[in-house]
Design a protein around this ligand. Sequence first.
Ligand code: URA
Length: 457
Amino acid sequence: MDPNPNSRFSMPEIIRKKRDGEKLNHEEIRYFVKALTRGELQDGQIGAMLMAIRLKGMDPEETLVLTQEMATSGKVLEWPEKWRGLLVDKHSTGGVGDKVSLPLAPALAACGCKVPMISGRGLGHTGGTLDKLESIPGFSVSQSPEQMKMILEKVGCCIVEQSQELVPADKILYALRDVTATVDSLPLSTGSILGKKVAENLTALVLDVKIGSGAFYRTLESAQQLAESLVSVGTQLGINTIAVFSKMDSPLGHRVGNSLEVLESLECLEGRGPQDLRELVTTLGGTLLWQCGRVPSVSEGTAHIAGALDHGSALGAFQGMLQAQGVAPHVAQALCNGTEEQRLQVLGKAQVQEELVTEGDGTVQQILALPIAQVLHALGAGRTQEGQRINLRVGAELLVSVGQRVRKGTPWIRIHYEIPALSDINRRTLQGALILKDVEPFVPGLKVIKTLSPSKP
Ligand code: URA
């Protein structure tokens, strides 16, 4: 049945057109998104439309229109005139140990930007920023547009979930894409990712595109296609958009798992912590400061972000954000200014910590992110169904680094778990993640590979 009998559009006809590989016009795409948002379509029709788009694709013009219509399916956030040119955000294609948003948003706020970050939850084997933040008692990811504005005025950054008010079309489509094998569609991904960014009414966006065995995109070529579509559509919709490609074979940093990643983010916010995490935070932040014209070069932007981490202003903004999003002042204080022990008291620690030791001598060539993520997922750190409760304390600490020489019997990973317990199969899988080679120790290269900017019209 067609949703609106008086409409000059027919959903079955729109599905047929796309099924047969024809181009949809603006009105047809608008009709689809509006009918979807109003709840007028049957799940079967939405699923058929998603699969038709997945199989036949959309050209750049259709993709642009889909993104515009997704963005305006709800409220487009409005900001005071005095913030013009200051609104920035980052999107990551997802990785293991990817906690970049936690230090990046407050570091940018400390450098004078406004960061209205709408983040997601764990997807597949990768973690989600909202889950990490929810390991902090009291932190509320649910904030109305009015509350977001107040937090940006006071602190400069907020990290929130998508709501009924913001891009509702994406909320419906994303849940259905997950169960209809249509997640890996270029136009649908572009509409989904950029729909939310356009609704944030941004000046500049940096895309953190991960490539490698622990990422959704294994090769530079496949990641490049998505990045080109996002940079092109983002730019046409008035957002200064740049993609930064980085390696995701080994986890980012030394800690994986929701509450453990909060601990490592705090170290980064104190100017300490793993070098690869700091590299990504300063590069992505520096790029954004340059994109919105606050510094004359990316390298100066990078230095500004590094300064915000080293001198405590980023940590101060993080503490402000925690309190503005519901964390009690004494809890925020213990987290941001306490010892690791005090931080763990706030975040909670899993009942069991078990160390695995190396099974031979050699130099650590790689620590594969995917098997570690899969074991943690099985131990309850990730979801198999939407809305499922996860154990935020489950995680892993890497006790060795890539390039380091180790002897047989050296503890190399500490797993934090409760129920279910770590099994022998899990232990074997984890041992397979540590790749030792008989070579000289080495200093690992940079994570960032290259940058993609919009081509000149
Ligand atoms: N994140 C999103 O929000 N949408 C996608 O399609 C993929 C990742």
